[in-house]
Design a protein around this ligand. Structure first.
Ligand code: AVI
Length: 329
């Protein structure tokens, strides 16, 4: 049984002020302890993730870019029947979108681009860089700062444009399988028959190749994980000592995913704020911080069917490490 009594900060009406604090306190109260991976992405975490995408071991980003360079024109031709809205859920590095946007412009496609992200700086960054790179753009950009589903629900529907939504970079892999189904059904409900979803999946493959992508030789992924401890110290006044934690990232073949754990090397207590909330760790007790699920093409087809989509076509890189799958409502 846990021995702590967390005290939540409230706004005077009894409701919790900071969702990060609420999720951390909730997650550290569970067995095993866990913290949602979305909290990796503060400004420093987002910078570290951009470094991860450039690591030689992290093949995912380069494979997806190869797919867009090889198949971008074909994808552009498939989705651009009449005027449409290109809606990107989560604004990644913009590189793949840039390839697709250029292919669409080459075809004189009539489209608007709507990047949606919870992070205002990311939306601004992508919008500005598109404006700089493509100054004579023949398309409009309207960024939305919101989570994916709220952003989709808020799309302007007073026109005859269809929607082409994109969820790239294996972001779906960070959802547990039941959450992925729930999320994709909710996405489906915001779309109309004939709309598309282009979705990126990291494929199951040689386990060493996957393992190395999350255990890189420069230790950037380890730093990305430890930044979560630093973030709790910075933002929640916690006193985590990173030297007393280890980063452990094994592949779980039964669940088909990489797992990331921060493991307490010693028995210790960590306090938040002025010591109002305290959490106890046994020696070698872990905190689950991320799961990155890998798929087969069969898994992808079952997921599409279970969530109200039909698969139009899978696009793979040369080594068959990654797939972008085009689904239709
Ligand atoms: C954002 N997401 C798809 C990455 C992944 O591969 O799960 C996050 C990441 N975690 C460690 N390395 C990269």
């Amino acid at each position: 049984m846990p021995l702590y009594q967390p005290i939540y900060e409230t706004n005077g009406h009894g409701s919790i002020v900071d969702p990060f604090a609420a999720d951390v306190f909730d997650g550290l109260s569970k067995t095993p302890k866990s913290i949602p991976s979305k909290y990796f992405y503060d400004a420093r975490g987002s910078r570290l993730f951009r470094q991860i995408m450039e690591l030689p071991e992290y093949y995912l980003t380069r494979c997806e870019l190869e797919i867009f360079r090889t198949h971008g024109r074909h994808i552009a031709a498939l989705v651009s029947r009449g005027p449409f809205r290109l809606v990107e859920l989560g604004v990644g590095d913009g590189l793949k979108t840039d390839v697709l946007v250029r292919a669409l412009l080459d075809r004189d496609a009539d489209f608007d681009f709507v990047p949606i992200d919870i992070c205002a700086e990311s939306v601004r960054g992508v919008t500005d860089s598109f404006r700089r790179m493509l100054p004579q753009m023949g398309f409009r950009i309207r960024g939305i700062v919101a989570d994916y589903l709220d952003g989709l629900a808020g799309l302007d529907r007073d026109d005859d444009r269809h929607n082409v939504a994109m969820l790239l970079g294996s972001n779906i892999g960070n959802f547990a399988p039941n959450e992925a189904r729930r999320f994709l059904r909710a996405v489906r409900r915001t779309l109309q028959p004939g709309d598309y979803l282009l979705i990126g999946f990291d494929l199951k493959k040689d386990l060493d190749i996957i393992w190395r992508a999350y255990n890189d030789s420069k230790g950037v992924t380890r730093e990305f994980n430890f930044n979560l401890l630093d973030r709790m110290n910075r933002e929640l006044g916690a006193d985590f000592d990173r030297s007393e934690f280890a980063h452990h990232a094994p592949y779980n073949p039964a669940a088909g995913c990489m797992e990331s754990w921060l493991v307490s090397r010693v028995s210790q207590s960590v306090s938040f704020g002025d010591g109002e909330s305290r959490f106890y760790f046994d020696a070698w007790e872990p905190i689950a911080v991320e799961r990155s699920h890998k798929y087969t093409l069969d898994d992808i087809e079952l997921l599409a069917e279970a969530t109200g989509f039909s698969v139009e076509e899978h696009f793979l890189d040369r080594r068959r490490y990654f797939a972008d799958s085009l689904w239709r409502v």
